[in-house]
Design a protein around this ligand. Sequence first.
Ligand code: ZN
Length: 301
Amino acid sequence: MHYYRRFLLLILVMGIAESSAAALSVFACEPEWASLTRALGGDRVAVVSATTAHQDPHRIEARPSLIAKVRRADLLVCSGAELEIGWLPMLQRQAGNRKVMPGQAGYFAAADHIGRLGIPDRIDRSMGDVHASGNPHVHLDPRRLKTIATALGERLASLDSSNAAHYRERLASFILRWDEATMRWQERAQPLRGKRLVVHHQDWEYLFDWLGIVRAGSLEPKPGLPASSGHLAKLKKALLAEPPLAIIHTHYQSPKAARRLSQLTGIPAVELPYTVGGAENVVDLFTLFDETLQRLLALVP
Ligand SMILES: [Zn+2]
């Protein structure tokens, strides 16, 4: 009798698991897109992220486990604009999954849906490892993120049309909360307008564009190149003439160069979360902006 009841219970649990099984298998390139897809898809999406906040999304090893995940995916959600050019095309080729190739409905590149910053007039090797399609670090401007969310919500609805109403409902409720939060952030961030910050890499252009923050210099002498002591010495001279609020870097970058410049100048070095998981309390896109503003506002005298 006892066994029989357990057996019935097992059948019941399996039945529930079956009926709530996700309709779409999603491979996100970065944690911010995994988080957005979960917010918009709820239980109809099963999302894996190729990278964590600890990893540099420019440089990821195309491991067999990632290839297997791309092979199983119905949808890839990535930054695009060549951020993943060093690893994603290889994963796509090796996986042999036609539906997630560029140009297919199963490939969603966030940068394709917004006006990009930093598109170079011309490109030559002397410019370093430049982002030739413009700056791909597009998630740190909530206005652009809203546009991306809308496009992604519609993509989910068109790929899984039997659940279209579900995705549109979740999108509407996300946008409602997002608009309200954006207003709150903008108000709170007023003291940052016109303030200057030194960056490690140009990960922050969209955040600065949104808040009116000025980039006072980069630790990288050219995009993608490590900071040299000659470059730091030059930077020190310029910064002492007009000191910025801080030197900022992400969780995925080594803090060494920022700390070195901080020692040379007395300007504080500050780590910002950059993406979901980049600090203990940053569990979604809302807390990402909450924490980023909190850390920046703490620098304003
Ligand atoms: Zn970059």
